[in-house]
Design a protein around this ligand. Structure first.
Ligand code: B12
Ligand code: SF4
Length: 514
């Protein structure tokens, strides 16, 4: 439900970026069947009970990942009681659990791609073209104690060109679930198809920016370059947030990435000793710096507890990751998840720890396996320290993205391609007053964490001031103190244990009221 606060900015206190994300898998399925269908996202028990008792559903599908298997079991129990005539179908990553059939009371357990399964089950045309639902990538955004207003078009649209990943890293469920190494399921094969989908989302959601949910978008160069051609022809000044491995990024020049509108890039940053082919031969620190200098925000992702990690070398490995000075940095524990080659290997070696609750197997708590050198308790300590160290050394991510935006704007404000120029100017025009004010507050609030970083924040604020127009030069004086106050209020709320939950959302399609 939350990305940043759960696994990226979780040590950043009131500066942590809070945002919820819908369940895209079931939205995709709903959009691609002709049967009347309701999606009930993030239901409470009460709301779920009411919905299945009020309407008769022939089929009730449940989507889940492994951590939520307890909720799936309870939902199945409720369905049998409140809607005994319904067929229960369970899909998503939860189905990777061995013996899931014995843990939950469902009629069908669906592994892998679900649109084709559901179409086949309903007797619909399995191979019909995939219709993309309009998906707003995030909602209820909150930072520095303020919930940002939700304006149409202000948040990126999510585009899902494929599921799975052909790289096949041994620990990766994403890859294993959709066929493993060398396999993936493409919803949109060509750049032309992708362009059409994006154009239709632009119309429906009034967006210019897209979160491309494809684990290795840049790997398919031909598709990406065709998309760029179409964007140029149609003079689209779109921006894209994408996932890519360092090796895939290296297939492009910086200029190609910028022209394609890549503004945010998520990439794995392991130490060279890890031996993952996606990183081989690439100096990731230099690559990260280069990307940021071109205005591309980088979200690094580093695994804690790889096979070669020991209590002696883990600190320097974390320092190496932190030294990338990315805009965001995710740390995850090395986690053998059921269904992956790594899980298989650990089972064979007898290294899976017994009695670990599935609800705790998500990479943000403690090891679920016996590591050669690091204990389960220490795994949490090192993980927590990695997040804290990144925050302490590099400062709040909000500061870091402001820095990257400014670098990009300075480089591209006079660029010959108007699409590129416009993109940076628009973002700068829209945001620099806000960033200047936020920097004003951050500079003060961060003094108690690290005076050196606070100084850097100040330097950036002054740079923004020099580069910006009159209104944004004046704005921090008024907005800065307000943000400082809301930030401190948020710190107090968090200290009292306040948490945030996503709203329940109900969407009906092809619905005929009885
Ligand atoms: C987007 C995403 C999120 C989002 C949104 C989640 C949400 N609201 O649903 C955010 C960022 C918030 C998130 C959070 C987390 N995530 Co996440 N996330 C993903 C990601 C990157 C994409 C999922 C997606 O939407 N794919 C596109 C859709 C179309 O595919 P899909 O969901 O798999 O659905 C298809 C099939 O699975 C199937 N299907 C799905 N549901 C159903 C239901 C039925 C009835 C049927 C028939 C079929 C079916 O059909 C769909 C179409 O083919 C995946 C990695 C990946 N690429 O798959 C990880 C992934 C799902 N997340 C994972 C994890 C661990 C987490 C966290 C626990 C991380 C953490 N420690 O914080 C949290 C927990 C969130 C929660 N409380 O449930 C793991 C799950 C591991 C596992 N084996 O269970 C994955 C696989 C990443 C990984 N490789 O480790 N996540
Ligand atoms: S590159 Fe990323 S998504 Fe692909 S298999 Fe490796 S970890 Fe999974």
């Amino acid at each position: 439900m939350e990305l940043y606060h759960n696994q990226v900015t979780r040590a950043q206190g009131s500066f942590s970026l809070r945002m919820f994300h819908r369940s895209w898998g079931i939205m995709m399925i709903q959009q691609n069947i002709s049967a009347p269908c309701a999606v009930l996202d993030f239901p409470s028990r009460k709301r779920f009970a009411r919905e299945i008792a009020r309407h008769h559903y022939d089929i009730i599908g449940i989507s889940s990942i492994i951590v939520n298997v307890g909720k799936v079991r309870e939902m199945c129990r409720m369905i049998r009681k409140l809607s005994p005539g319904s067929t229960i179908v369970v899909g998503g990553h939860v189905t990777g659990i061995p013996d899931i059939e014995k843990m939950i009371d469902a009629d069908h357990i669906v592994r892998g791609e679900g649109i084709s399964w559901m179409r086949r089950y309903l007797g619909e045309q399995e191979g019909a073209p995939i219709q993309h639902p309009p998906i707003v990538s995030g909602m209820r955004t909150r930072i520095m104690g303020i919930r940002l207003p939700e304006r149409k078009g202000a948040t990126a649209a999510t585009i899902i060109p494929s599921v799975g990943c052909p790289m096949g890293c041994n620990f990766c469920t994403t890859s294993a679930f959709f066929g493993g190494k060398g396999k993936f399921v493409n919803f949109y094969e060509s750049g032309d198809e992708l362009f059409e989908v994006m154009q239709s989302m632009e119309d429906k959601l009034k967006v210019q920016s897209f979160f491309v949910m494809d684990e290795n978008f840049l790997l398919h160069r031909e598709r990406a370059m065709r998309l760029l051609e179409r964007m140029k022809e149609a003079r689209k000044s779109w921006t894209m947030s994408v996932f890519a491995s360092a090796n895939a990024i290296r297939k492009y020049t910086m200029q190609e990435l910028v022209e394609l509108g890549v503004s945010w890039l998520w990439m794995g940053l392991e130490s060279p000793q890890a031996g993952y082919s996606k990183l081989q031969g690439t100096d990731t620190r230099q690559l990260t710096r280069e990307l940021r200098e071109h205005g591309i925000r980088v979200q690094g992702s580093t695994i804690i507890g790889l096979e070669h990690h020991t209590p002696e070398n883990i600190v320097s490995e974390i320092e190496h990751a932190v030294s990338h000075n990315t805009d965001f940095h995710q740390f995850m524990l090395y986690t053998p998840a059921p269904g992956t080659p790594l899980y298989q290997q650990m089972m064979e070696e007898g290294r899976m720890l017994p009695g670990v609750d599935y609800a705790d197997i998500h990479g943000q708590f403690k090891f679920n396996f016996k590591h050669a050198a690091i204990s389960r308790e220490d795994s949490k300590r090192f993980l927590d320290w990695a997040f804290w160290r990144d925050f302490e050394i590099n400062g709040p991510s909000l500061y870091r993205i402001a820095r990257t935006l400014l670098a990009g704007w300075k480089r591209y404000q006079d660029w010959p391609d108007t699409r590129v120029r416009e993109r940076f100017s628009q973002e700068m025009g829209r945001l620099n007053g806000i960033y200047s004010s936020a920097l004003w507050a951050m500079e003060r609030q961060f003094r108690k964490v690290d005076a050196g970083v606070s100084e850097k924040i100040r330097a950036l604020r002054l740079e923004f001031r020099r580069e910006s127009g009159f209104v944004s030069r004046m704005m921090p004086a008024a907005l800065g103190p307000v943000l400082l106050w809301t930030t401190r209020r948020e710190e107090k709320r968090l200290a009292r244990g306040t948490t945030y939950e996503p709203p329940t959302i109900l969407e009906r399609r092809n619905w005929v009221s009885a």
